[in-house]
Design a protein around this ligand. Structure first.
Ligand code: PGA
Length: 259
């Protein structure tokens, strides 16, 4: 049984003091994440403050939005997995489409970042997804399989089982136009088949695959009716404590009814 995982992707939002106020309110509204995991990814500058506010025993997991693949060295402006681990992070996003499109993160880099995360004991969430052009030209599977095979190359079990995949169609991110469950489910199945090819069918069954792209408290239940969808990576709807708390409560109460 895969534990469902709801992750808030804060992107470049909230100062450290705004982050603390947000976390205080969120943890006032959500005192128990029973049965699911919930992750927060503040910007680097707020990680320490959020860790302190959550406390060491919090049920909320702390993650970062990116990392560099070397542990230390002359890499001006970069943050290593070792530094994130030291701040109390438990997971890290890798290869988000905004990184790929605006900051040049290529498949070869996502691979090194996934390896660095695993080396540091951070759970990587590898983000994959097609553009509208890819989808319209029938390239969705080709593009996503390339992202998966490159990002996960040579990673055997059990390390592969620590990886979570986030399927995020680029056309659905920040657009208010979420994929339908009927669009997402076949892609989730294809991702799981690819993971099974890479790491065997047991690993394929254990890896979590999240959906991301315009998920809100209103549509989260539509995704979680499918047992193919193990949770969500949520951008815009995670920034306000009451809407994110509602989304979490809906997720806690949602159980798969279809394959
Ligand atoms: P969105 O972002 O929920 O605002 O579409 C999702 C993401 O980029 O992870």
């Amino acid at each position: 049984m895969r534990t469902r995982f709801i992750v808030g992707n804060w992107k470049m939002n909230k100062t450290a003091s705004e982050a603390v106020a947000f976390v205080r309110e969120l943890t006032r509204q959500v005192t128990d994440c029973s049965g699911i995991q919930v992750g927060l990814t503040p910007p680097f500058t707020a990680l320490h403050a959020v860790r302190e506010t959550l406390g060491p025993a919090s049920t909320f997991l702390l993650g970062a939005q990116n990392l560099y693949w070397e542990d230390t060295g002359a890499f001006t402006g970069e943050i290593s997995g070792a530094m994130l681990k030291d701040l109390g992070c438990q997971f890290v996003l890798v290869g988000h489409s905004e990184r790929r499109q605006q900051f040049g993160d290529q498949d070869a880099w996502t691979h090194k970042k996934v390896l660095a995360a695993i080396r540091q004991g951070l759970q990587p969430i590898l983000c994959v997804g097609e553009t509208l052009q890819d989808r319209d030209s029938g390239q969705t599977d080709v593009v996503i399989q390339r992202q998966l095979r490159a990002g996960l190359a040579g990673i055997g079990t059990p390390a592969l089982e620590a990886v979570t995949i986030a399927y995020e169609p680029v056309w659905a991110i920040g657009t208010g136009r979420a994929a339908s469950t009927e669009q997402a489910v076949p892609v989730h199945r294809m991702i799981r088949r690819t993971i099974s090819e890479l790491g065997g069918s047991d690993t394929g069954r254990r890896v979590r695959i999240l959906y991301g792209g315009s998920v809100t408290q209103k549509n989260i239940a539509d995704f979680l009716v499918s047992e193919e969808i193990d949770g969500a990576l949520v951008g815009g709807a995670c920034l306000e404590p009451t809407s994110f708390a509602t989304l979490i409560q809906v997720a806690i109460g949602s159980h798969p009814t279809t394959a």
